[in-house]
Design a protein around this ligand. Structure first.
Ligand code: GRF
Length: 201
């Protein structure tokens, strides 16, 4: 599997993916780390590990489709066949998704379908849930919507600050995203409509 990891920020999930690839837990090569922001710290993490990087700023494009087409070209130039969104803060259009059919995963910091959107952990804390968690899912055209590959949950301390809960969830994310990518690399993921089956488990 030749993986492209897309980041817009810190890239702590990227770091976890890099560490698991280097440890031999994911049978993949990270072909490229891509960002729509040239100052994303994730790019520095990639360079520290000798991984190729690419940057295209979405602000240079007037429409989403043109930006997506440029991204597809950049990722395919690096030979990527699978895409992991890791804190990538852009919606993807069919121009992108059709280039990597059912090969695009995302991690979301809440137990979908609860709390989609950009502040899932904080929304969960404010709502007062007793269980929180994260979700790895296939990406489709709707936000935080595609078939669920894996979820992990943790108990919530009543009244916990949103930032503290976000930190706990992030540590969980660092464990489940590599697991989902390992299954992907082993070609063990089968889809039956929205239902994901992991072969051999
Ligand atoms: C994570 O919480 C992820 O679930 C969300 O964006 C955040 C990215 O964090 N999609 P990082 O850049 O991997 O540290």
């Amino acid at each position: 599997m030749k993986l492209a990891v897309l980041v817009s920020g810190s890239g702590s999930n990227l770091q976890s993916i890099i560490d698991h690839v280097e440890a031999g837990h994911i049978a993949a090569e990270i072909a490229v780390v891509f960002s729509n922001k040239e100052d994303a710290y994730g790019l520095t993490r990639a360079r520290n590990h000798g991984i190729p990087t690419a940057v295209i700023q979405h602000t240079e494009f007037t429409d989403r489709e043109a930006f997506d087409a440029a991204m597809v070209r950049a990722l395919q130039e690096h030979g990527a066949d699978t895409v992991a969104l890791a804190g990538f803060m852009r919606m993807l259009t069919p121009v992108f998704l059709n280039a990597f059919p059912m090969r695009v995963l995302n991690i979301h910091p809440a137990l979908l379908p609860s709390f989609p959107g950009t502040h899932g952990q904080h929304d969960a804390a404010t709502f007062g849930v007793r269980l929180a968690g994260c979700t790895v899912h296939f990406v489709d055209e709707k936000m935080d919507h595609g078939p669920v590959v894996i979820q992990a949950a943790l108990p919530v301390t009543p009244g916990i600050a949103g930032d503290d809960l976000a930190g706990q969830i992030l540590r969980l994310e660092h464990r489940v995203y590599p697991q989902a990518l390992a299954w992907m690399a082993q070609d063990r993921i089968r889809l039956d409509g929205r239902i994901v089956h992991i072969e051999g488990s």
